[in-house]
Design a protein around this ligand. Structure first.
Ligand SMILES: [Zn+2]
Length: 412
């Protein structure tokens, strides 16, 4: 951690001038070091700053701690007492010794800062109220915090309200660099035992935590803090959340979707859940009635074909694959046929006499191994499919006459 870095000393510096102290090619990129550290390097769960150095695009920034040793100390001194190396990965070479104008991708930095500050407030409140620790923190499309204890959705909703109260009270955010003696007297959150310079971030009294990341200057800048989900994770929970514009965009997207659903169903947005439960129940009852009607239909059909022997070819309209299977099963059990083929027209506008048509099929038998005949059958009917030796299913494209002929030839 470089205490003198611009992102610590002058938090909202968006542009600065810096001289290149080294530039080395590596894997189609160039690793550049600057005499001023203004780009935040990845660390503390926070992603690196991006931006430009002159015309070069910054693709990544990584911090490398200097090891002990005279050479390293000399290097540190030469670099203006920087105790770390900050490696800027850029897309083109830069001239050593030349001063360049640097621009930080400010939208990205602020998004990271809002997220990071929001995360501290939530972690601080959870720690204060339940004593659980933040044991993992990730920022990508969505931010996640892992806690080492169980939290219910209701508890988290209470934390969310408290967190947004801290935001709305717009308290100042301060970074402190206490001495070792001072540190011993302060109660703060920390993930690990710390040595050397320790930076404490005070989120307006809502949280005090050792942190190397960037933060907003007042809690109001975070914007809304919205918890999205909670899942069990390694004996504790993983919480997903959005802050600021991420939360706003998420709200806009979900609200638009709710309004579309409301129009589609002609139901007021906040009544959709109840109405959907009723619709699902009605649909379940309908499914039950359809399966009862089908069952009676299969019985009647089997009754009318009960004396049919040999290969039975049956055509059904408007049946899905499950119904075709049930129909085949019924005819296998209740007729004298050795092999039963049930064919359903895929297109309801077509009929048995339409010529070439697309079919779904189910073929079953209690005595003939239909799987071993599937290949020959498919070859004749321009089809594909397979299954078990008692039952195969698939689809084909051919006329009814071809179907019937193939059944009688192959499935004997
Ligand atoms: Zn932090």
């Amino acid at each position: 951690m470089d205490k003198n870095a611009l992102y610590y000393q002058v938090p909202y510096v968006k542009e600065f001038d810096a001289a290149v102290t080294s530039c080395e090619p590596k894997d189609n990129r160039y690793i550049v070091e600057l005499d001023t550290h203004g780009f935040y390097p990845e660390g503390g769960g926070q992603a690196a700053d991006l931006g430009t150095i002159g015309e070069a695009s910054v693709i990544d920034v990584q911090e490398q701690a200097l090891k002990d040793g005279a050479a390293e100390e000399k290097l540190a001194d030469e670099r203006g007492n920087h105790l770390v190396r900050v490696l800027h990965f850029v897309d083109r070479p830069l001239e050593v010794g030349r001063t360049y104008h640097c621009r930080i991708d400010w939208e990205r930095r602020m998004r990271n800062s809002r997220n990071h500050s929001g995360e501290h407030i939530v972690s601080g409140l959870v720690h204060e109220k339940y004593g659980y620790n933040n044991v993992g923190f990730h920022m990508s499309d969505v931010m996640t915090i892992d806690f080492d204890g169980m939290l219910t959705w209701e508890q988290l909703m209470e934390i969310e309200t408290l967190a947004n109260q801290v935001v709305l009270s717009n308290r100042p955010v301060k970074a402190l660099w206490p001495t070792e003696e001072e540190l011993n007297t302060i109660d703060y959150r920390s993930k690990k035992a710390l040595s050397g310079d320790v930076r404490l971030v005070d989120l307006g009294g809502a949280d005090l935590c050792a942190c190397c990341g960037t933060h907003v200057m007042t809690t109001g800048e975070i914007g809304i803090i919205k918890i999205l989900s909670v899942l069990g994770h390694k004996g504790g929970v993983r919480v997903e959340l959005f802050c600021g514009f991420d939360a706003l965009r998420d709200y806009q997207k979900k609200h638009d979707q709710l309004l579309n659903l409301s129009r589609l169903l002609s139901i007021a947005p906040l009544e959709i859940e109840e109405a959907l439960k009723q619709l699902m129940e009605q649909s379940r009852q309908k499914d039950y009635r359809i399966s009862e009607i089908n069952r009676r239909y299969f019985e009647l059909k089997a009754e009318s074909l009960k004396n049919h022997t040999g290969v039975l070819v049956d055509v059904e309209d408007d049946m899905n694959n499950v119904e075709l299977r049930k129909c085949c099963d019924h005819l296998m059990k209740n007729t004298c046929a050795t092999v039963v083929g049930v064919f359903g027209l895929k297109d309801v506008k077509q009929s048995k006499d339409s010529g070439d048509a697309a079919w779904n099929y189910v073929i079953g038998s209690g005595t003939v191994d239909v799987r071993s005949r599937a290949k020959d059958f498919n070859a004749l009917v321009n089809g594909r499919g397979g299954g078990q030796k008692e039952m195969i299913q698939g689809s084909c494209v051919c006329s009814y006459d071809t179907l019937e002929k193939a059944m009688k030839e192959v499935m004997r």
